[in-house]
Write a protein that binds this ligand. Sequence first.
Ligand code: PA5
Length: 438
Amino acid sequence: METLKVNITQTQQHAAKQELDALQPEVLSAREHLLKGDAAGNDFLGWVDLPISGTVSDELSRMAHDVATLSKKSQALVVIGIGGSYLGARMVIEALQSEFALMPEVRGNKPCIIYAGHTLGEDYYTQLLAYLDHVDYSVCVISKSGTTTEPAVAFRLVKRHLEQKYGSEEARQRIVAITDGRRGALHDIAKQNGYPSYVIPDNVGGRFSVLTPVGTFPIMMAGFDTSRLLQGARDMRAICLDNNTLDTNPALLYAAIRNLLYRKGFKVEMLVSCQPNLRYLAEWWKQLYGESEGKEHKGLLPHSLSITTDLHSMGQYMQQGERLMMETMLRVRHPNTTISVPSDDQNLDGLNYLANRNLTEINDCAAEGTIQAHVDGGVPVVEITVDKVDEYTLGQLIYFFEFACGVSGYTLGVNPFDQPGVESYKRNMFHLLGKPGF
Ligand code: PA5
């Protein structure tokens, strides 16, 4: 299997080779700071070694037992979490599961993964609880701080429903908590009730936590191979740690080109994927880059499109709107399945020129056509290509984007591992709600 590739050929009109070479020392210095752990945010670098951590592998074995027990009695798993405490798991699960996974037969009789705690929408919870009336389910509640309002409210609602449905003893056995190992309300609740629990390491921030139980527990419950996910991350870690030139290290090249283009006035990075099942990869990526780099009034604004769907809504802006954007196109070499356009004797729709051609061939032509059009329209395009969408390549992508994010943030001159701005809305909300002390 070919490893992930970054191609910047289609940025050359805006980013000359000499300019990229001139930026290389800054990018290498950012990489050095990341690896030596001597710059701002160095207490949140635990993600760098997660793919080779013995704790992570030991946890996967323990998890297999809890997953087997819960899966037997659950048609659904409610994953309660927000931001970094749910996007990573959702990205992997939605990339791998059938788009039509609502029926148990389609899911291979694995639990259906549904999400809560990522919204305060009242109707959402009314509908969720009504749905839970009809299925056997378990709950995985995830919060590093253990005090975030949205998942705490969701957990109260779902826990009460679970207790009313099964009684408190059985409810207790249907809840798994993933939180801090020593403190926080969720830690205390889990301890007091004896829920099976998994720890989020202190030195791993939410948006970098997908390879901890935050991601691996729900992913394993959905029936996917977390060992392959870690293997992909491990192999990409080796590439990122062993190579220190832009030519040999795809994460450094990506960090460099996005910083160079940003300095040249491109303020928005549009992540474009050619498959709908990668939409949550884009959501995860948006959080990773937005929360890591959007500070001190700096940073590329991460945005996303799915093609060809969004070419029919945003395509006009991309082609001729204000020239703000660079584009990063995520391409997949091989589909997991093939389907071709049938031939039709009457050919009334005039489509026989496509007869017997696979949809991937057609989709690739759409992607090529889009790249050419956008480059002609003044949008520099970076291509990131993986072989296929599976656990292994998703592991590669996760580590690639995380490593590039750390290097890119340091190159930009910010601390990529804090999120001071996230607190402002919480303070205002607590004040408005009359929370004691606010
Ligand atoms: O990346 C982050 O740090 C945030 O997105 C958090 O994951 C999010 O705010 C949820 O926090 P917690 O896990 O403490 O509930």
